[in-house]
Design a protein around this ligand. Structure first.
Ligand SMILES: [Zn+2]
Ligand SMILES: [Zn+2]
Length: 262
């Protein structure tokens, strides 16, 4: 049987999710997931909703408790999803040093201090895509993370206004981002949160490009903020990855990666 892992899930330790960790664990076991990684939002921007919301101590002890309770049924890892790391590099780096973390998703959720929706309405779709990829490239070069989260997430906000981008328009950025993470031994995730709108973050062409560049490190995550989406599309994405020619998905333990055959 296939080893299934969902490596992007938010619980009540994130400001925007309403499922407890135990809800998630029960749902994951019912979906035959073998391993999950919680990836709670963390931010050092005083204007961000996540600011001072997340409490690592409680998070860690709850995961420990539930790991014992469900021992042998599922593996539970403790991860984080950053926001705007490039602006708060020092704070993040110190925090990562001081805490026992399995896995870090590097994400960008804002540009110019505003969300993507606002950037699109004020500056247009093309500007937003370009500024976003530029920021991701900057992050890819200097950040401490394990994988880049939902690369090309601007699609989520742009698709309704006809803003599905053409890869050729941003190819140089994407090529540079992928080359950079490969050379730094980092990876990307395939985020299934857009599947109900027929979107994958990143789109398949990027995954193909990653493969052509000999990229290997991948995680798959639902980005579930409520229980109904835990494990969503994981098996489907494994099939896609296999078709493209990837051999592994990765899990992480105290920031050390482990390849699991697809
Ligand atoms: Zn995110
Ligand atoms: Zn997330």
């Amino acid at each position: 049987m296939r080893y299934l892992s969902d490596y992007h899930i938010h619980s009540t330790y994130s400001f925007d999710a309403n499922q407890t960790i135990e809800d998630i664990v029960i749902k994951s076991i019912s979906m035959n997931l073998n391993e999950i990684c919680l990836t709670e939002h963390i931010s050092f921007d005083p204007k961000d909703n996540s600011y001072k919301f997340f409490d690592f101590k409680d998070y860690e002890s709850e995961i420990k408790k539930l790991s014992q309770k469900y021992y042998g049924k599922i593996l539970i890892k403790q991860g984080l999803e950053t926001g705007e790391y490039p602006l708060y590099k020092k704070d993040f780096d110190n925090y990562f040093k001081e805490h026992d973390i399995d896995f870090i998703i590097g994400s960008i959720h804002n540009l110019n201090g505003e969300g993507f929706r606002k950037n699109i309405s004020e500056n247009g779709v093309n500007y937003t895509y370009e500024a976003y990829f530029k920021e991701i490239l900057n992050y890819a070069k200097m950040g401490d993370f394990d994988i880049l989260g939902h690369l090309d997430i601007v699609q989520r906000y742009a698709f309704k206004s006809g803003g599905i981008y053409n890869l050729d328009d941003y190819k140089d950025y994407i090529y540079a981002i992928l080359k950079t993470i490969i050379s730094r031994g980092k990876g990307i995730e395939i985020n299934t949160s857009g599947l109900s709108n027929n979107l994958l973050f990143p789109k398949l062409e990027i995954l193909q490009m990653y493969k052509d560049l000999n990229g290997e490190i991948l995680t798959v995550g639902s980005d579930a903020h409520s229980c109904d989406r835990v494990g969503d599309g994981i098996s489907y994405v494994y099939d896609l990855l296999k078709d493209i020619g990837f051999k592994y998905v990765f899990t992480f333990d105290k920031r050390k990666m482990n390849g699991i055959l697809l």
